[in-house]
Design a binder for this molecule. Structure first.
Ligand SMILES: Nc1ncnc2c1ncn2[C@@H]1O[C@H](COP(=O)(O)OP(=O)(O)OP(=O)(O)O)[C@@H](O)[C@H]1O
Ligand SMILES: [Mg+2]
Length: 282
């Protein structure tokens, strides 16, 4: 059974006539890494909030359809209970950090769960190592780089031991190094079997890790398929203002304008080098 399942979900925020989600059918299998892309205002964050129960329990409005997360109905299971299954990291790392040091940031929610001290310490050490911040554990978040802050936010969410991690533009305010740290972390979490949903503008990075890509616009899912298949539809994506990896665009234009045949379009520089090299040698 899918770990996340949305069945014909529609949602309009209170006092809004626009459907932020419109008849969305979407499911995610355990261990999948799903990328979500779409123009601004498309409904990407609303989709994420629906999975964690914030829509419609906290952000209210007209909701219809059904959302199941690990078998629980997300629109009526307490958000705090869902947080133990699915963790959400958002764009603004700064706003997510509330405590005076990293350690407290991670342990406070665990104390609220009334976990035994040994369990809390075990989880704390595990996530600090995972995000590479053990040395900084007693520092105030203020003194961290953007990438480090975002890693603390990820660590705090992972300490809840959720099976699913949702990253909603978690790298968009970071410099390239910070963004890469988060992408690498997401990649290694995938290898550990976590289910990951990543809303991301950086398509090149997304292409590295995502098994599948979902394209949303005006609250509707327009495409949902294997990463290479979705990202190879260059005209369609560019029409939405989404730009596939440049190497993919080059191959696409070569095939359209010069009839160059590709078995598949490359998604990254390494693949491009191999494919173009093979063609030049032939
Ligand atoms: N809290 C809210 N109250 C009312 N309307 C909202 C709220 N949040 C989002 N919306 C509206 O819902 C629609 C979908 O917004 P959403 O934030 O889900 O888009 P998004 O794809 O995440 O956009 P972005 O790329 O800018 O983050 C938009 O029309 C937006 O204006
Ligand atoms: Mg958003």
């Amino acid at each position: 059974m899918a770990i996340i399942e949305l069945r014909d979900v529609s949602f309009a925020y209170k006092d809004s006539t626009v459907l932020a989600l419109s008849h969305v059918n979407f499911s995610v299998e355990r261990g999948e890494f799903v990328g979500v892309i779409g123009p601004t205002g498309a409904g990407k964050s609303t989709l994420c909030w629906t999975i964690v129960g914030v829509v419609p329990q906290i952000l209210r409005g007209e909701f219809s359809g059904a959302v199941f997360v690990n078998g629980l109905a997300a629109n009526e299971t307490p958000v705090a209970r869902l947080a133990q299954i699915v963790g959400l990291v958002q764009q603004d790392a700064e706003a997510q950090l509330l405590m005076t040091d990293i350690e407290k940031e991670i342990t406070f929610p665990l104390e609220n769960l009334c976990l035994p001290r040994e369990e809390i310490d075990k989880r704390l050490n595990y996530v600090l190592d995972l995000v590479g911040l053990r040395e900084n554990r007693l520092r105030h978040p203020f003194y961290l780089s953007g990438g480090q802050k975002q890693r603390v936010a990820v660590a705090a969410v992972l300490a809840m031991e959720p099976e699913i991690l949702i990253l909603d533009e978690a790298t968009s305010e970071l410099d390239p190094v910070g963004a890469e740290e988060i992408h690498d972390l997401a990649g290694s979490l995938k290898k550990q079997g976590k289910t990951i949903i990543m809303v991301e503008h950086n398509i090149d990075e997304l292409a590295r890790h995502a098994d599948r890509i979902v394209v949303i616009d005006h609250g509707e899912i327009l495409r949902d398929g294997p990463t290479r298949e979705v990202l190879s539809d260059v005209d369609f994506l560019c029409g939405l203002g989404i730009y596939p990896p440049q190497v993919t665009q080059v191959a696409y234009h070569l095939s359209r304008q010069y009839g160059v045949q590709f078995e598949q379009f490359p998604l990254n520089v390494e693949e491009g080098e191999e494919l173009f090299g093979k063609m030049l040698r032939a």
